[in-house]
Write a protein that binds this ligand. Sequence first.
Ligand code: ADP
Ligand code: MG
Length: 238
Amino acid sequence: METTQAISPLGGSNEPAIETHDLARIYRRGLQSVHALDGVNLEIGAGQFVAIKGRSGSGKTTLLNCISGLDQPTAGTVHVYGQEIGRWPESRRTTWRREQVGFIFQSLGLLPVLSAYENVELVLRLNSVGGKQRHDATVEALELVGLTKWIDHRPYELSGGQQQRVAIARALASSPRLLIADEPTGNLDSKTAHSILALFRSIVRERNVTMLMATHDTLADDYVDRIINLSDGHIISS
Ligand code: ADP
Ligand code: MG
C-alpha cells in the first residue's frame, strides 16, 4: 500500500519527525503476556536529540525497535516522517531502514577483520552505493567522527571510544534522517562517554537528523534537548 501522506520537505512543515498513538507491544511468553509498551503517545520534532530513560525492563529497547522498524507494534500506530511504518511487512521495513535509519548499539557490531574504513564502507556496499560516492561518503563520515588518522586500523587496534566512533561513522555514512542509539555509552568510561555525547549533539545540530538514544546514564542529561522517562511500558514524564 502506498502512503497517503507526503513526506514533508526538509525544513518544510512543522510535522513531527516521530508520532506514536496508543503504541503497544505485547510479548507472548507461554501463557504469559508481557506488556513491554502499554499505550505510548509521543510526538518528537525533527532535529531533536532525545534521551529515552528508565530502568532495565521499562521498554526502552522495545520503543526504539518499534520506531525504527526493527519490530512491529501489537497495536497503535507509529509515524516516522509522515509514513505509518507500523503495519509494513518486514521486507519494506528493511529497505526503509537501510535508507532512513542509522543504528548505534552498545555492542558495536564491528567486523574484526575489517579496517575502520572497510567497516563503514560495507554499509554503503549493501546499499549499492557506487565507487567514488561510496569512497567519499566513507571518508567524510570517518572525518566527521575524528578518525581520519585511524582509517586503516582494525577495531582491536583502536580504543573503546574510537571503536564507538567507527560505529557512529557507519551509522552516518548513508545519511540517515533518524539516528537510533541503544545504550551507546554503556561500555565507556565517563570521559569517553562525555566526548561521544558531545559528538552526538554536534551531529544532530549539523546534519539535521533526529536522534533517539536509550540510556540510563545521567551524563546524557546535559547533552539532549529532551528526556522521556519510561516505566513499565508507560511514559511517566517527557
Ligand atoms: P529496556 O530496554 O528498558 O531494558 P526492553 O524493551 O528490553 O526494556 O524490555 C521491556 C520488557 O519486555 C521487559 O519486561 C522484557 O523482559 C520484555 N521483553 C523484551 N523483549 C522480549 C522478547 N523478545 N520476548 C519476551 N519478552 C521480552
Ligand atoms: Mg534495552
